[in-house]
Design a protein around this ligand. Sequence first.
Ligand SMILES: COc1ccc2nc(C(=O)O)sc2c1
Length: 251
Amino acid sequence: MRVDVVTIFGEYLQPLSLSLIGRAREEGLLDLRVRDLREHTHDRHRTVDDTPYGGGAGMLMRPEPWGEALDAVLADPPGDARPEGPVLLVPSPAGEVFRQATAVELAAEPWLVFACGRYEGIDARVVEHYASRGVRVREVSLGDYVLNGGEVAVLVIVEAVARLLPGVVGNAASVEEESHAAAHSGLLEHPAYTKPATWRGLDVPAVLTSGHHGLVARWRRDEALRRTARRRPDIVAALDAARCDAADLRV
Ligand SMILES: COc1ccc2nc(C(=O)O)sc2c1
């Protein structure tokens, strides 16, 4: 997978050189390229922002540097790029919420491009322009809170997507068994334990040391359901609705 990130704060993305993602880059599973938006400014102060039309607090990112930067990225496609080009991801508090299903979807793409906004965001015409040119543009948010810019969202999204690529995570089964994995209907993961069997007076649940795999599987499922119902009733409601729809289809 090729990932291009356009930003004014490239150093924010240094964590993507560490650990599993760093190794994936060294092994050629992930080709991550960080590009400096300011290289596409032409004034003495390398200006990327200006005041918003209509007034309001803060500054907005000017469209011209973005147009020049994104044109340069799009003019340099990877060999396995799709005919329709990359998915252009623009982290934004106003974006669709990024979920595990989004990560799974994006992991199937050969090329992702990220446009990292700062200040109060990017002039809306940048998204409008590339969408009108047929680029698959998606504004995405990590959730119902606001960051200072898109770079942290890129760290999260790149890690969530790259770890799904074959060969990045050593034990592929562990990816399947994690919370929100489709294989477990999107339920939260059950509690997990390792040695010692007793720690500060707390014992590992006896079923887990019973050697009875069927009972262990049932206990884990029950605990996943219990935890999900307690912490994420929205997931349970969505699963119930899906089951009702499926039941309707069977009638
Ligand atoms: C100016 O660019 C921003 C600002 C806040 C922000 N918050 C995000 C979030 O995912 O919560 S993405 C993002 C991008």
